[in-house]
Design a protein. Sequence first.
Length: 377
Amino acid sequence: MKKQLLGTTTLVAAGLLIAGGPAQDAFAAEPITVGFGGNLSVTASFFDQKDTGGTLRSYQLDDTGEAQFSGSTELDNGITVGVRFEFELHNKGGGSDVVDNRYISFSGGFGEVRIGSFGNVASAMHYENPSGAWEFSTNSPSNAVLSRNGNAMTSFVGTYQFTGGNAQKINYFTPRINGVQLGLTYQPDNVETQGPQVGGVDDSGAGVTAGTGNQSNIFAVGLNYQGAFDAANISASFGYIHGNEEDESFANGEDIDSVSAALTIGWGAFNVGAAYKHTDQGGTHFAGGVGSQETVGVGFNHTVGDLTWGLEFSHGDQETGSGTEDGLTAFGASATYGIGPGISFVTGVKYYEYDTDTVGGAAPDGATGGFAIVTYF
């Protein structure tokens, strides 16, 4: 989803941090050397959302970014050991992480194992539908998002499966064979821990607030394909997630199951594709919570020199009760123009229309748009 281009700046080798330990000349392998990279963007957004209620400003300026650190070394036995960790370049607030996507990896002829805090394989291996600029895509939660004014549907129509978030887990990726790669995830629960947990983590579900949908023993499967057929390039993906409701005392508690699929076909400078997700929500079902959610996106893009432009249609429905649901339909147009190495001008416009079956429910609509300067370093 985000480009992860690493620069060549060399930082302190991780092996130097254990100076005074076992003699380093006992190993033929070099210590891990970490490289630095990341992205930073500034955005101006505009909104026409008069019927969303409140006193919302019709324009705003914001910035976002991420500093990424990554490195690896090959051991004497041929196994490559890597590390990766990322720092958000803005205060996310609300208890969100400043440091995320941190893990240690082991890779070789057997594939790759990642252990740490990051997303599941169903998300990592998924292909979203094409767009001209992800920053202003109808699938993006980041820029020019309309206020939903209480509608149960999310403020964007995404098909990535974020169940479990960046909580600690183990991911395994097979080698890619004939264009096909398989991934597996095991995650103890969806509560991300920070630092060593003295005495262990409570497994009883006690103290969990009704409606939080605290899940444990989360399993995920990801499968994708990259290949070509005559003049066409094909990218396809499938993902599945299952989690177990940790506190079964909730009268309306349930496990979570989610499935996603995507297909994109490219001919030269043209790409067209669709993506889909269906989630049976964990946690409370209707009683103070919500039910299943279904989202779909269709997109097209075309690249001419340094310019990529695209069109999108997205739709999502969210159950709010027995026989009732809220929904969102969005249309978008966006473009990215490269103005230099790792520097792009990005722009886009979107039209949002919410709907609801609930008497007196929220069904706002409106248009948003904006532009941004995006840098990768």
